[in-house]
Write a protein that binds this ligand. Structure first.
Ligand SMILES: NC(=O)c1ccc[n+]([C@@H]2O[C@H](COP(=O)([O-])OP(=O)(O)OC[C@H]3O[C@@H](n4cnc5c(N)ncnc54)[C@H](O)[C@@H]3O)[C@@H](O)[C@H]2O)c1
Length: 244
């Protein structure tokens, strides 16, 4: 599987490159793209002539649509693992997926995909519960709340469409029962921790996922890339990669 890595000079890009060097799932990196110049790095996908089977992107959301435009020209399936997209950018990703197989997920960890299922089920079994999400990440992270926290809120809303996400809390008013409170902690080198609390008033159920290294996200992105090759145009997520 020949891969072009976008965001190749970043933390996640380097994790993907390290797995490719080890031949993880037959992955081979044939091209590196990053706006940070360096040895063997192209500054855009258009400048990267390598013939590849799939693109993996861990860069910045503002570059996603131009990246997909170039991927579409080449018929190159794209794994978009970058987070922080605006609604307009998300709509753009959806448009490209009409002509191209596109995988898009804010979290490529198998454990988080499982957590998304568990929070949906818990929300449906505790229909009156108050629900809050606390996410903790390293202090270099740019977007808040995390894409994963928003994804978990979406999973909860599949069972509880009456709820809406509410970021942070200040002021003097009571908690709105229709909100899913989302709180972002940025500190040190924490790779990623997501905690979802459900309280009925008489008991609290907490579901937690903690990433111990970035490798699991890179492994998941490579699994998604493998899944995407040969698929028809469409928008795919970790749910599709896991099956069921
Ligand atoms: N899906 C997941 O599971 C998952 C896991 C971790 C991080 N992420 C996301 O992946 C992204 C990258 O994370 P990181 O920790 O590696 O960040 P990083 O800042 O270390 O790396 C980002 C790299 O992208 C480059 N870049 C920025 N704009 C670009 C553009 N337009 N084209 C090409 N390269 C560009 C930067 O120069 C940098 O080298 C973030 O959005 C982060 O939230 C997703």
């Amino acid at each position: 599987m020949r891969i072009i890595v976008s965001g190749a000079a970043g933390f996640m890009g380097r994790e993907v490159l390290a797995l490719c060097r080890d031949g993880y799932r037959g992955a081979l990196c044939v091209g590196c793209v990053d706006i940070r110049t360096g040895d063997g790095i192209c500054t855009s996908l258009a400048d990267c002539p390598a013939a590849a089977d799939v693109l993996i992107d861990f860069s910045h959301h503002t570059g996603t649509l131009s990246l997909l435009a170039e991927a579409e020209k080449r018929g190159l399936p794209a794994v978009i693992a970058t987070t922080g997209h605006t609604d307009e950018e998300k709509n753009g990703i959806l448009r490209f997926s009409r002509n191209l197989p596109v995988f898009f997920s804010a979290n490529t960890s198998v454990g988080v995909a499982l957590m998304a299922r568990l929070v949906r089920e818990t929300a449906s079994l505790l229909p009156q519960a108050e629900i809050e999400i606390i996410e903790t990440h390293h202090s270099r992270k740019l977007d808040a709340p995390s894409g994963t926290a928003l994804m978990l809120a979406d999973s909860i809303r599949e069972a509880r469409p009456d709820l809406h996400p509410h970021t942070g809390r200040t002021g003097h008013q009571k908690r709105d029962p229709a909100e899913i409170g989302i709180h972002s902690v940025r500190i040190g080198n924490v790779v990623g921790r997501h905690e979802v609390m459900f309280s009925t008033g008489s008991e609290t159920v907490t579901i937690t996922h903690e990433a111990h290294s970035r490798t699991l996200f890179a492994q998941g992105a490579i699994a998604a890339a493998e899944f995407l090759i040969g698929k028809p145009a469409g928008l795919y997520t970790m749910k599709d990669v896991l099956g069921g």
